[in-house]
Ligand binder design. Structure first.
Ligand code: ADE
Ligand code: ZN
Length: 369
């Protein structure tokens, strides 16, 4: 059944996105009420997004040809057919192979700008983006081509969409901690282009504690600290990320639910968890979206946001994650607005900018019919 409601157009003022109600569109109705595009348009922050995970099959084929990097696949259809995963490692094997087609500054620009266009259409007003330099420098791609192309695109995204952003450099935890330290040193000439550091890749068997030294060095440089933990790894890895690395946000954190004392700690300190529902289904962390623990997390008082992780591999960008999760877990619009508010508050923007981002969300909500 179709119905009408007001959605919000976008206008720009002083390079900051403002939301105004301008047009009438149709939306779907579910058995329990209107399922609108409201949540797609909610002003939100994306805090858990691997830029290499936005490499769409069509761009992959094109880069493979342009850079003469052969792939196991010969068409978009073959790539799409390969996007079936049984766990994190089965995904990472495909993800790293695909990332091998990224060679030049222009490649990193194109990849990043394509993401920003999609994110802007999904209401993202601020994005804190992960990149994995080791995936590229270990293949001989210069560090400055990677960070230069991404940073150029972030500047273009700010000019074009009014979207603010920051770059979080992730260390690959399946490689030795010494290589992470080398990477931090290689990044220092570009220090002003970095917001923080993170830890990603194969989790089980690679506890965060091994990276204590490089995280301490990053903190000494004034970089913000985040870490993947509790996606597949046990609650102990979440404790370590907090206590040994000093992580300020936990990326995923699902398995924290297995440890009541850890939940108490996360709630008491309101540590943000950047949750990725579509990712969790595709990587078999949960069986179905309807079984996702996000509602339980909220009921427990955890500070959660919704993010897309690797959207070209997991079936949707952040707006799709918001819409799909609302439907599957029967969240009200107010609950979804609360999740968007959490995302803005959990960002690393300075306080005065954060207040402006939250005020912009409130302005958007005030135009709700
Ligand atoms: N790198 C890209 N996506 C990841 C994920 N979901 N977990 C760990 N490392 C990743
Ligand atoms: Zn991730």
């Amino acid at each position: 059944m179709l119905s009408t409601l007001v959605v919000y157009g976008v206008a720009r003022s002083s390079n900051r996105i403002l939301w105004i109600s301008t047009r009438i569109v149709c939306c779907r109705r579910s058995e329990r009420g209107v399922v609108s595009e409201f949540v797609r348009e909610l002003p939100k922050a994306e805090l858990h997004l691997h830029i290499e995970g936005t490499l769409e099959p069509a761009m992959l084929v094109s880069l493979s040809g342009r850079n003469h990097v052969p792939l196991r696949y010969s068409s978009v259809a073959e790539i799409e057919a390969a996007l079936q995963f049984t766990n994190l490692q089965s995904f990472l094997d495909v993800y790293y192979e695909a990332a091998g087609t990224l060679l030049t500054r222009q490649d990193f620009f194109d990849l990043t700008f394509a993401y920003l266009q999609r994110a802007a259409a999904d209401g993202v007003v601020h994005a804190e983006i992960f990149f994995d330099p080791q995936t590229h420098t270990e293949r001989g791609v210069p560090f400055d081509a990677v960070i230069g192309g991404i940073s150029d695109a972030l500047a273009a995204g700010h000019a074009e969409f009014g979207m603010s952003s920051g770059l979080i450099m992730c260390f690959l935890r399946h490689l030795p901690a010494g290589r992470a330290m080398d990477t931090l040193e290689a990044a220092m000439p570009f220090r002003d282009q970095l917001l923080g550091v993170g830890l990603d890749s194969s989790e089980v068997g690679h506890p965060p504690g091994a990276f204590a030294g490089v995280f301490a060095a990053a903190r000494a440089e004034g970089l913000r600290l985040v870490s993947h933990a509790g996606e597949e790894g046990p609650p102990e890895y979440v404790w370590e990320a907090l206590d040994v690395l000093g992580a300020e946000r936990i990326d995923h954190g699902n398995r924290a639910l297995e440890d009541a004392a850890l939940v108490t700690r996360l709630v008491a300190e309101q540590v943000p968890l950047t949750v990725c529902p579509f990712s969790n289904v595709k990587l078999a962390v949960v069986d179905r979206l309807e079984d996702h623990p996000l509602r339980r997390m909220i009921d427990l008082g955890l500070n959660v946001s919704i993010n897309s992780d690797d959207p070209s591999y997991f079936g949707g960008y952040i707006g799709d994650n918001y819409v799909g999760t609302q439907v599957a877990l029967r969240f009200s619009d107010d609950e979804m607005a609360g999740i968007a508010r959490n995302s803005l508050r959990a960002s690393f923007v300075p306080d005065h900018e954060k207040q402006a981002l939250v005020a912009n969300l409130d302005e958007f909500l005030s135009h709700r019919p």
